[in-house]
Design a protein around this ligand. Sequence first.
Ligand SMILES: Nc1ncnc2c1ncn2[C@@H]1O[C@H](COP(=O)(O)OP(=O)(O)OP(=O)(O)O)[C@@H](O)[C@H]1O
Length: 266
Amino acid sequence: MESNLAIKCTNLYKRYPLYSGDAERLKGLFLPFYKPQEFTALSGINLEFKKGEIVGLIGLNGSGKSTLASIISGITYATSGIVEVDGEVNMLSANAGMENQLTGIQNIDYKCLLLGFSKLETERMKEDIIEFADIGVHINQPLRTYSSGMRSRLGFAISVHMNPDILIIDEALAVGDNSFTDKCLNKMEEFKTKGKTILFVSHAVGQMQNFCDKVVWLNKGKVIGVEIPEKILMPYCGFAREFNAMTHEERIEFTPILKKYQEKYL
Ligand SMILES: Nc1ncnc2c1ncn2[C@@H]1O[C@H](COP(=O)(O)OP(=O)(O)OP(=O)(O)O)[C@@H](O)[C@H]1O
């Protein structure tokens, strides 16, 4: 991979097995030649993200954004194709590897331990993480008692303080209140100036417009376009509006509408 690139995906496919129940799942696990029906979540993805870029990933529900983010972060694997990543990746999502039974503080210790930080480094970072998360006395309570916004605050605070080269944010800012989201967006800007790469999975078109250098539009597991935000968000929003106004039956044949936006604007 070229040295200016942080992430390169080449002809990436992800197929999930579709089991009809537990019996079929067991067959799939224990019978090596058993082939269940499959669902193709990603289909022939080719993408390159440069170091220092903030890239948005947008698309309707189920278009494959989280699947792609999880493959890039190494949480799940691709069925075929190549993913090349230059640097440490940290993914922040609603269920970002934090433990429900542990307190906020214990989760900080746990994450630091997993990532190989020494006790001294962990202690040094802990104060900053607690200050950034700003969830008061709840930091000593088990995570299972947290609201979704509090989880997101702690998750974001931990992720950015791990100082990864590539930060993937999967919808995790959607539940934060405005002041926290602003704080996170400022932190993302700071990351960018340090030459770090950010992949921002979101439905928040306004945030993408303001913060991303380019946006990838995914639909049904395929890349529809990769452009600067101004060029991609307008046709995407137009398509999403028309799609959402359709009946269930009309949605089955939505390709001409997608083509209309693709041909006119991309
Ligand atoms: N483990 C799985 N088994 C079967 N299908 C799956 C699995 N995980 C995801 N999928 C399917 O893959 C497709 C892409 O899912 P993904 O979560 O990547 O979409 P998304 O674009 O992130 O959606 P959203 O905007 O709703 O978060 C969906 O149709 C989903 O049902």
